[in-house]
Write a protein that binds this ligand. Structure first.
Ligand SMILES: Nc1ncnc2c1ncn2[C@@H]1O[C@H](COP(=O)(O)OP(=O)(O)OP(=O)(O)O)[C@@H](O)[C@H]1O
Length: 365
């Protein structure tokens, strides 16, 4: 449905977007996720037609769009700040696009009522936007986007002005509506939880480029770059090098870990690190001298423990076979009521599956 082919955008000397290629399928919900300034809004504005790319091609529904004006692209955009007309009623705000298109009056009536109904605002059409809460105002702007039956709905941080509870409620509503209408959606956010909960796929952006595209689960469980591993959730990132087979990782302090394969060709790689999610580290019962199956066995001493309610974050200083002190590894200890947790100074044995030791590389911004 949407194809970005090596899209770039330069403002003066700033490369806001660098050779972004991305395909969004019909009916798919894709998020552009990344920190402030990484180029996600600019990418969305290029899809919308508010900015023209400096390089690359954009196609929507198979049609070249580079020179097509905003209003002929068949899409709607929902903004962070709602962008409602304060002097028009809720009804008129939603009807605005239809009036521009000279849709007949009775049809406008019907479509606006339906759109207000879809976003849970039935009966509030005569109010002024000023008489609505932030969440209700964002619902109006969503209804205004939906009422024109767009092939594509673009959303730029639509929930970031709302409080947490409302954000969670609205994100579920938007997702349900998008699915039931079968609309294609591109959603910009810097909130990883939002991207995870809503998206079919996530494109993680950094420094104007895409670092990785994948399902929320791919991105979390199989990060391919250092940035993705650290931006999404918590992650240990051990320094070190891979041997020639690509299956054994060595840290500068002499810790050896067998790893998952699957790094891209060496030409693309910068510095390598080993990504290990804390919850994939298992604590072995006393007396274990070997890790189960093919897993890595790690011995260490507990340095610190932080209680977080459902889990405790345990930082363990790894000890090499020669008894030397090496890198620190954070592990998540699942709290069970009434059971003791490790305490600082304890010697522990840990195991991590080979498949959960993931070499990642630094793509560089
Ligand atoms: N009109 C503009 N003129 C000059 N520079 C711009 C313009 N718009 C964006 N930029 C720059 O391009 C880069 C990317 O901006 P963009 O707004 O796309 O990032 P973003 O990821 O959406 O960030 P945020 O979450 O803060 O909105 C930034 O360095 C920004 O300062």
């Amino acid at each position: 449905m949407i194809e970005l082919d090596a899209i770039g955008k330069r403002f003066g000397t700033v490369d806001a977007v660098k050779s972004v290629s991305l395909t969004v399928g019909e009916g798919e919900f894709v998020s552009l996720l990344g920190p402030s300034g990484c180029g996600k809004t600019t990418t969305l504005r290029i899809i919308a037609g508010f900015e023209s790319p400096t390089s690359g091609r954009l196609r929507i529904g198979g049609r070249e769009m580079n020179d097509v004006p905003v209003e002929r692209r068949g899409l709607s955009m929902v903004f962070q700040n709602y962008a409602l007309f304060p002097h028009l009623s809720v009804f008129e705000n939603v009807a605005f696009g239809l009036r521009l298109k000279r849709v007949a009056k009775p049809e406008i009536e019907e479509r606006v009522r339906k759109a207000l109904d879809q976003v849970g605002l039935a009966g509030l059409g005569e109010r002024s936007p000023r008489q609505l809460s932030g969440g209700q105002q964002q619902r109006v702007s969503l209804a205004r986007g939906l009422v024109v039956n767009p092939a594509v709905l673009l959303m730029d941080e639509p929930l970031s002005n709302l409080d947490l509870k409302l954000r969670e409620q609205l994100r579920d509503e938007i997702r349900t509506l998008q699915r039931s209408l079968g609309m294609t959606a591109v959603y910009v956010t810097h909130d990883q939880g939002e991207a995870m909960a809503m998206s079919d796929r996530i494109a993680v952006m950094h420094g104007g480029g895409i670092e990785q595209v994948g399902t929320p689960r791919d991105i979390y469980e199989r990060p391919s770059t250092t940035f993705v591993a650290s931006f999404i959730g918590h992650c240990n990132l051990l320094p070190g090098t891979l041997d020639a087979s690509g299956r054994l990782f060595r840290t500068p302090n002499g810790v050896h870990l067998r790893v998952a394969s699957g790094l891209p060709p060496s030409s693309e790689r910068g510095e390598i690190r080993l990504a290990i999610r804390p919850e994939t580290v298992r604590f072995l019962a006393d007396g274990y001298e070997r890790a189960p199956g093919d897993d890595n066995l790690i011995s260490g001493r507990v340095r610190d423990i932080v209680y977080l309610g459902d889990v405790a974050q345990v930082s363990v200083v790894i000890m090499t076979e020669g008894g030397r002190v090496a890198e620190t590894l954070n592990a998540a200890w699942r709290i069970v009521r009434g059971e003791a947790t490790p305490t600082p100074g304890d010697v522990v044995r840990l195991s991590v599956a080979t498949a959960d030791c993931i070499p990642v590389f630094d793509r560089g911004a």
